[in-house]
Design a protein around this ligand. Structure first.
Ligand code: CTP
Ligand code: MG
Length: 246
């Protein structure tokens, strides 16, 4: 581990363009206010605190571009950032983020992708993930699965009643992917180009790099780095950040 000054510097894409369907709030998740700041600002803070962040691109829904700009400029006045219109799927939002970085002339060797709605990431996790990315070219934060994972048949007719189990991968080998996911920038660009050419839509960035047959490594994180997805996650977030049950 180096000091912030000799540590490799990285750029960040912070996808924030989702509509938050599963949470069911009237505004998108990153713009909900908790403990006096938006979730977006809480999430960005530890990345800024690494002292190694060179630039941030935030893809977001068109109507929230101004809001995002105001939040970031007021909380992080010294930060170099860009807010852009996101895409229909998370993958397309990130693809647009990579294009925006290129257009802005940002050529950081390391690019991190982190969900705008994982506010409990820590400086230590970001740094360990970055160190692994520098060593191996691609690394993600993940946690060992606590439940046994079942692969099920989702195409069967009776699926409204129950799903037939097809396979049970050994639990010790199952890890739940979180973010950040950090890559050598040329590898990540290549992975997104390949995904576009082959019409691959992945649920995370690592899977697109894996599709190139390139190795990606996991760094063990914490369960607190959950993604705010369902109402229970927002309740827990408020409780953790505000110190009381809401
Ligand atoms: N995201 C994005 N562009 C999209 C979809 C998602 O930038 N087209 C972002 C979200 O804003 C979020 C992150 O990707 O920060 C993870 O996505 P998810 O938790 O699925 O958020 P939503 O898509 O907003 O939620 P839902 O799937 O429940 O609608
Ligand atoms: Mg979504």
């Amino acid at each position: 581990m180096g000091t912030p000054s000799n540590r490799p510097r990285f750029a960040l894409i912070l996808p924030a363009a989702g509509s938050g369907q599963r949470l069911g709030e009237s505004i998108p998740k990153p713009y909900l206010s908790v403990a006096g700041r938006t979730i977006l600002e809480h999430t960005l803070q530890p990345f800024v605190d690494t002292g190694a962040l060179v630039h941030v691109v935030i893809p977001t829904e068109k109507n929230y571009i101004q809001t995002a700009k105001q939040c970031v400029a007021s909380s992080f006045p010294a930060l170099s950032f860009d807010v852009i219109q996101g895409g229909k799927e998370r993958q397309y939002s990130i693809e647009k983020g990579l294009d925006a970085m290129k257009n802005a002339g940002i050529d950081a060797q390391w690019v991190a992708v982190h969900d705008a709605v994982r506010p409990f990431i820590t400086v230590d996790e970001i740094q360990r993930c970055l160190d692994a990315a520098v060593q191996f070219g691609a690394a993600i934060v993940a946690v060992p699965a606590k439940d046994t994972i079942k692969m099920v048949d989702i195409d069967a007719d009776h699926q409204t009643v129950a799903h037939r189990i097809e396979d049970t991968p050994p639990r010790a080998q199952c890890w739940q992917a979180q973010t950040p996911q950090i890559f050598d920038s040329s590898l990540l660009k290549q992975a997104y180009e390949n995904a576009r050419e082959l019409s691959i839509v992945g649920t995370d960035d690592a899977s697109l790099v894996e599709a190139l047959d390139r190795d990606v490594y996991v760094v063990e994180g914490r369960r607190e780095n959950f993604k705010i997805t369902y109402p229970i996650d927002l309740t827990l977030t408020r409780w953790l950040l505000e110190g009381e049950e809401k």
